[in-house]
Design a binder for this molecule. Structure first.
Ligand code: NAD
Length: 361
């Protein structure tokens, strides 16, 4: 089949890592008989240089018309770049907010997977790691505390700040459906995380999630309070498959989950809308400190491309092949500098991409 993919190389290491992800997708296309047509657009600092804004309306329209978007990373050295001498809405990161909003991306998916080969980078004790862990955090991205009414005022001579946490049932239902859909492609287990012992928004969350669960009889649903979840992630991470949660809880828990994998260059992510459309990107930034040196780890971007194949194109077999190729290359001892340990073989960005592509056959 033919697929149209919008590609955003972006800034810093973005172009280098995206090139490797495309290489791997092209190999998938060759082996499995698909064609991926790419259209590149500018976003971030490179778009500011070319057009004076971090994302043009035309670029957004190109993304909107495609089947999925693959992003490298955007942004520069925040303390030392002309891109930051301007109003916040004209800085590189504003492009990210604009594309998420323009494409209606409300569901953020961040996997946290521990490769046996990289277990030494995991800060948890061996007995806690056990057989490892393999979870995804499904975070609501456009509602809740970060988007609610807020103000600061003086009340009876005392400065007082108010933030409001609002969710309506439709916003909860659509993210819950996404969470259960993803669980159906995995181990069919959803842990819905809330603070229902205190918050009204959490009690509504729990009620709606239970309603949605009725349409997924194969999926096992449990509820967990967010404070307990924060503890369970470092006490018994192996128990989780899909963690489904609201915006702020997900922000905090997904960072905690990524920390226990120990390797920033390995973490993929996706942001999706109600259809199968999504934007796929590594969890890390543009790493300006190592840009252009052929030392960045391309694996997070390659794994993001695997998520794209699985979630936007329903190419599960092909996504499995990419993930298995990454696993095989690590098992053979190949490492980029950021995950290098004694006895392994060091390679650059390009060679890592070549090795992974070569394992897809
Ligand atoms: P960063 O993730 O870019 O880098 C943090 C550290 O991790 C650096 O030492 C970097 O060299 C290293 N690193 C990151 N990715 C790596 C990889 N693939 N391989 C090897 N090492 C890697 O975070 P930062 O330095 O705080 O931010 C740099 C820029 O990226 C900023 O402009 C920031 O706003 C932007 N940013 C963009 C995104 C995005 O595009 N989605 C996300 C986060 C940060």
């Amino acid at each position: 089949m033919d697929y149209n993919v919008t590609v955003i190389p972006g800034d810093g290491i973005g172009p280098e890592i995206v090139r490797e992800a495309r290489k791997v997708m092209d190999k998938v296309g060759q082996v499995y008989g698909h064609r991926f047509d790419y259209t590149e657009i500018l976003m971030g600092g490179c778009s500011i240089d070319a057009y004076g804004v971090p994302l043009t309306e035309e670029a957004l329209e190109t993304a909107r018309k495609s089947d999925a978007v693959l992003l490298g990373a955007i942004g520069g050295n925040v303390g030392n770049s002309r891109w930051y001498d301007v109003a916040p809405n004209l800085r590189p990161e504003a492009g990210l907010l604009a594309i998420r909003k323009g494409l209606g991306l409300f569901a953020n998916i961040r996997p946290a997977y521990l490769y046996n080969e990289l277990a030494e980078a995991c800060p948890l004790k061996k007995e806690i790691i056990g057989d490892g862990f393999d979870m995804v955090i499904m975070r609501e991205l456009t509602g809740g505390l970060y988007f609610g009414e807020r103000h600061t005022e003086e009340v009876d001579g005392v400065m007082t700040a108010v933030d409001t946490l609002t969710y309506n049932e439709n916003e909860i239902r659509r993210i819950a459906i996404k969470g259960f859909d993803i669980a159906m492609k995995r181990r069919k287990k959803v842990t819905s995380v809330d603070k229902a012992n205190v918050l009204d928004s959490s009690r509504l969350w729990r009620k709606v999630v239970e309603e949605v669960a009725k349409d997924y009889p194969e999926v096992e649903l449990s509820h967990m309070l967010v404070d307990n979840c924060a503890m369970q992630l470092v006490m018994n991470p192996g128990q989780f498959d899909v963690i489904l949660t609201e915006n702020m809880f997900g922000d905090i828990l997904s960072d905690e989950a990524s920390m226990i994998t120990g390797s920033i260059g390995m973490l993929s992510s996706a942001s999706m809308n109600e259809s199968k459309f999504g934007l796929y990107e590594p969890s890390h930034g543009s790493a300006p400190d190592i840009a252009g040196q052929d030392i960045a780890n391309p694996i997070a971007t390659i794994l993001s491309a695997a998520m794209l194949l699985r979630y936007s194109f329903d190419l599960d077999k092909e996504a499995d092949a990419v993930e298995a190729a990454v696993q095989a290359v690590l098992t053979e001892g190949w490492r980029t500098a950021d995950i290098m340990t004694e006895g392994c073989k060091k390679v650059g960005t390009k060679e890592m991409g070549d090795l992974i592509a070569a394992h897809i056959n």
